[in-house]
Write a protein that binds this ligand. Sequence first.
Ligand code: ADP
Ligand code: MG
Length: 265
Amino acid sequence: MMFETNPAQSAVSVPKVELRDISKTFSGDVETVRALTNISLSVAAGEFITLIGPSGSGKSTLLNLIVGLSEPDSGEINIDGEKYDRRADKVAYMPQRDLLMPWRTILENVIIPLQLKGIPDAQAHTQATELLPLFGLGGFASALPFHLSGGMRQRAAFLRTILMEREILLLDEPFGALDALTRRELQDWLLELWRRFQQTVIFITHDVEEALYLGDRVIVLSPRPGKIIHTLEVALPRPRRQGMIALPDFGRQVTELLDALGVAI
Ligand code: ADP
Ligand code: MG
């Protein structure tokens, strides 16, 4: 034989993010909280995963583990097939409460990741300024955050996350605090962004419709300790259109998710 080939390598593509049997417990002075138990999940490159579960089911904890802010008690987290000890290099993380610095202008807020990379201010300003219109923030470079609507502030926080230029986006309930119309607008805007930049996305929500509308796959966590109790491959074509939420197919999948969440229907 002339070449040794590794069939596993050539036939199967390596998951972008792989969680193997992850468990996480928090030990406090008074009580011990089991937050996550036996979580296994493979996310393909370019896939859009939505993660849904009741409050306290460990959703935020899971993202913290993936980004490397804390370590699991047991199990393994691989990125691109490697046990990565500098995961933060590949991951952009937008935590549940992502605040802009109130004393910095919008432009000064969004260039923070570029400054952290050591890019000179003038170049960072040019690069970010070019992107502001795409994020619906053209003309607001020198505004302070309190001058902007909630939706605009959220888009600024997103732009800051995107400027980290990572292949993996972890978003923790980014639209949770927005009114319904702004939320729909931002959902479509996020999907367009994802289509352009083709990142791998893990998106947390507590909204069943949002989970379906955005995701390729919806992962459902149980109440604490969180474990995966249901996986739904979303049967909706792309590009998604808001009108799809009125389709019988959509309603059927909403029912399936509510059922998995144990919500009486
Ligand atoms: P979710 O995001 O699904 O609402 P979290 O991941 O924030 O849930 O929390 C899961 C559980 O773990 C909760 O009971 C929470 O109080 C607990 N928890 C999260 N982070 C910590 C921590 N750093 N120390 C102690 N307990 C924590
Ligand atoms: Mg949370």
